[in-house]
Design a protein around this ligand. Structure first.
Ligand code: SAM
Length: 277
């Protein structure tokens, strides 16, 4: 579990960091368009579209996304009734200062549909169960990938992914923005039916610093609704999934190495042998 001093670290960080800080990537038009492309179709959204951001920090990523989607709704450019966005973080310091900073802007669309809330991704939360079409993560899961103890890391990722899984609606998507090309736990987690990856070159965007060109990856994980909390979480712990394709004999490991970037090949890697011929 996350140590008390790590949680304190983030509170201290946000005490000092008064300026809005945007890690990894800015909410540019291109990134907003990409998120829009992954929204469920209006027929799958009965009332309102619900989006959750985990580990929002003091970035305005979610707020800008909420404004972008509401502007599109007003111009009839997307077929949705309304959109609810909840941006969350474990640090009460950053949530309090976000609320102070953005309270006027949050009223803009005349509805209480944008919220900042304290949420620890490593704790179960009944009120979030099965509620969200999209869960966004820009740098939150990344913060758990620097641990020295592999067992500790695996256990934390298991908890985080099971929580995200339980907060997603069926067919919901977990979208992660990361500088990492490969996140093994995502590819191995049985709670996702598919993991698509998109490579983005962003100039001068990374962490707000001016840079020639940086590459980031967007990992788009679609919920596997057959997975249940309590099932074996990671494929690497399973014994009963065939390691070789019965027709061409390629090993699952080889197959997975061929994971394609979206747009470059027609299919991308699936946890099972779906789409493999
Ligand atoms: C690298 S920052 C990213 C902030 C923001 N998403 C951005 O892109 O600018 C990671 C964030 O994860 C938050 N965090 C760390 N542990 C967390 C936990 N257990 N639950 C929720 N958020 C957590 C930190 O407070 C911090 O704001």
């Amino acid at each position: 579990m996350q140590k008390e001093k790590t949680l304190q670290f983030w509170d201290d960080f946000y005490e000092k960091e008064e300026q809005t800080k945007e890690w990894i990537v800015q909410p540019s038009q291109h990134i907003l368009n990409m998120i829009e492309e992954h929204l469920p179709s209006s027929s799958d959204v009965a009332d309102s579209l619900h989006i959750l951001e985990i580990g929002c920090g003091n970035s305005q990523f979610s707020l800008i996304l909420w404004e972008y989607l509401n502007n599109k709704i007003e111009c009839n450019e997307i077929d949705l009734e309304s959109v609810h966005v909840t941006a969350t973080d474990v640090s009460s310091v950053c949530i309090d200062s976000n609320l102070q900073r953005d309270s006027e802007r949050m009223k803009k669309f005349g509805q209480h549909s944008f919220h900042y809330k304290i949420l620890n991704v490593l704790q179960e939360n009944q009120s979030c169960q099965h509620k969200f079409h999209l869960v966004l993560d820009k740098g939150c899961l990344d913060t758990f990938l620097f641990r020295s103890g592999k067992n500790e890391e695996t256990s934390i990722l298991h908890t985080l992914l099971d929580n995200v899984h339980s907060w997603l609606k069926d067919d919901g998507k977990y979208i992660i923005f990361s500088p990492r090309q490969k996140i093994k736990a995502l590819r191995d987690y049985n709670g996702f039916a598919s993991v698509e990856k998109v490579k983005i070159a962003c100039t001068g965007d990374l962490d707000g610093k001016s840079s020639d060109e940086e590459t980031i990856y967007i990992h788009i994980c679609t919920k596997n609704k057959l997975y249940q909390i309590g099932d074996v979480p990671f494929r690497s712990n399973m014994n009963n999934v065939p390691d070789f394709c019965s027709s061409c004999k390629i090993s699952f490991h080889e197959f997975r190495k061929g994971e394609a970037m979206s747009g470059k090949r027609e299919t991308y890697w699936f946890r099972t042998w779906i789409n493999h011929t």
